[in-house]
Ligand binder design. Structure first.
Ligand SMILES: NC(=O)c1ccc[n+]([C@@H]2O[C@H](COP(=O)([O-])OP(=O)(O)OC[C@H]3O[C@@H](n4cnc5c(N)ncnc54)[C@H](O)[C@@H]3O)[C@@H](O)[C@H]2O)c1
Length: 482
């Protein structure tokens, strides 16, 4: 029982919360031992209870920043794209770049040659990023390191008075989720998880339709991240320090509850009118990664440390029920040969929509799919202003405009105009919490697990964000492409 309990504390990150020493978790051992179950539900509830919301960050408007001074941590595969996008937005000054690996930091700086940005480089040791966060002349810290580092970096940056925009996921344990919330509220600084897939045209179009009641009451939705990354994960060079493979070999559950999930929460107004109540997570066995690791290790010493890891199962499926009685299915599969899909299906009382398999579809009132011609007409009618603005900015600047650039532009535009960001800290942590919660459910034979209320009841009255009508702001320009 003791070992089991230790495992559970480790996986949810609750081990560091003073459980053994009493405090908010006093009585845990006797209660749970008595019932012969881990009792993490009580622990999680107690932690939620002990969190006092100092300030509601939903709809928060920070003081306007004419120029947004940026420091960026993590410049591997993902980081340089953000650096490039930010460098093209008027009103951004890239002040500092940090990566553990000097060559990555230097390569990102090279991208900025001739752009007018001249960032200081921080590199060579694993704590250099702290110096970047400590600088007085930085407003926004962008984090694109491996996700298990995000929360620590975000909390440090928030505590040094910076706004934070982090790559997905924002936090990897429940403890980290609460730490990020606490730091954002105490410092009154934005902490946004950069959910870039929310800025794709199908997602923005259907979000607008959902808000105008086109689908009726949204009852159910399905999404996921289903993308075969097995070669990448076993590549010796693709990711720094084989970090993805280590995560796949040391955790369970949906370890990337992202890309196919955020839009669902946005269309369902999760954290503003509805909330996720509980989830049940079921996971297949691992049929591929363990075997692949063993095979590789038999001829290559490099893979020996990976040969005996207990890999995440191929397919994880989590079912979530919301307070309003709606249901969500979210899936992760990074190994099978299924063609890429995010699913992206919403089912309303009147109509439904589905992005995959492509082409995207919208149903008619009788239950069939509308023709592609009718789809185009609906698109014309319901395209939200944010997408129209994107087309205009792209034309004026001669730029290709995709979801990543739109997200960066919108983030900067909101900061410059003192507007609420599209995703607040409660969105970031509640979406991320599916990772440890699904892991907890899988490890408990798929028991239902409560999703904490990170808003502390404010979800009942919090207003919508993701302001796709651009009622305010929208005046940030893009530099002309040279
Ligand atoms: N939203 C998306 O579409 C998308 C796409 C790809 C990756 N991501 C996310 O971006 C993040 C980064 O992924 P990636 O593919 O770029 O990984 P990566 O391994 O290519 O890059 C991570 C970088 O972090 C650096 N790093 C590690 N420890 C550091 C430290 N202590 N200080 C400073 N730098 C440090 C590494 O040197 C490396 O360059 C992940 O969280 C991933 O989930 C998101």
């Amino acid at each position: 029982m003791k070992n089991k309990r230790r495992d559970f504390l480790k996986l949810t990150g609750l081990a560091g919360l003073g459980i053994a020493g009493g405090g908010i978790f006093k009585g845990y051992a006797s209660e749970s031992d008595k019932q012969n179950k881990p009792g993490l539900d009580q622990l999680s509830r107690q932690y939620e209870k002990s969190h006092v919301q100092r300030f509601n960050m939903s709809s928060y408007r920070a003081p306007k920043l004419d120029i947004v001074r940026v420091g960026h941590i993590g410049l591997g595969n993902r980081g340089p794209g953000h650096v490039n996008n930010l460098s093209r937005i008027v009103g951004v000054e890239i002040k500092a770049l940090c990566d553990l690996r000097p060559e990555k930091a230097a390569a990102a700086k090279k991208l900025l040659e001739g752009s007018g940005h001249n960032p200081t480089i921080y590199t060579g040791s694993k704590d250099e990023w702290k110096k970047l966060c400590e600088r007085e002349d930085i407003d926004l810290v962008i984090i694109t390191t491996p996700w298990y580092m995000h929360a620590e970096m975000a909390v440090y940056a928030l505590n040094h008075g910076k706004h934070v925009a982090s790559e997905v996921v924002l936090a990897a344990t429940l403890e980290e989720c609460w730490q990020v919330v606490e730091a954002a509220e105490r410092n009154r600084k934005h902490c946004m998880m950069m959910a870039n897939y929310s800025y794709n045209s199908f997602q923005l179009l259907t979000l607008n339709m959902a808000r105008q009641g086109f689908f009726g009451d949204i009852i159910h939705a399905e999404g996921g991240y289903i993308a075969n990354k097995i070669e990448n994960n076993f590549s010796k060079t693709k990711y720094w320090d084989m970090w993805w493979l280590k995560q796949y070999g040391n955790r369970k559950g949906n370890i990337y509850p992202i890309h196919g999930f955020e839009w669902i929460c946005e269309t369902m107004d999760i954290n503003r009118g509805d909330k996720m109540n509980f989830l049940v997570s079921v996971e297949s066995k691992d049929f591929q990664m363990g075997e692949m690791a063993k095979n590789l290790a038999s001829t290559d010493e490099f893979y020996k440390p990976f040969a005996d890891l207990d890999y995440v199962g191929n397919i994880n499926t989590s079912i979530i029920k919301t307070s309003k009685g709606r249901t969500i299915i979210v899936q992760h599969d990074a190994t099978t040969n299924r063609p890429f899909t995010l699913k992206q299906e919403i089912c309303g009382s009147k109509r439904s929509a589905m992005e995959y398999p492509q082409p995207p579809r919208i149903s008619d009132i009788e239950g069939g799919w509308v023709s592609q011609e009718e789809y185009k007409l609906l698109e014309e009618k319901y395209t939200p202003n944010i997408l129209r603005k994107m087309a205009e900015l792209g034309k004026n600047s001669g730029s290709e405009f995709g979801a990543d650039l739109l997200m960066a532009w919108r983030l900067i535009d909101c900061l410059r105009n003192g507007l609420p960001l599209d995703m607040d800290v409660y969105d970031g942590v509640s979406w991320s919490s599916i990772l440890p919660l699904s892991e907890w459910s899988v490890k408990s034979n798929s028991l239902p697990i409560e999703v904490p209320d990170f808003t502390k009841d404010a979800w009942k009255t919090n207003k919508r964000n993701m302001e796709i009508t651009l009622a305010e702001g929208g005046n940030t320009e893009l530099k002309k492409k040279v």
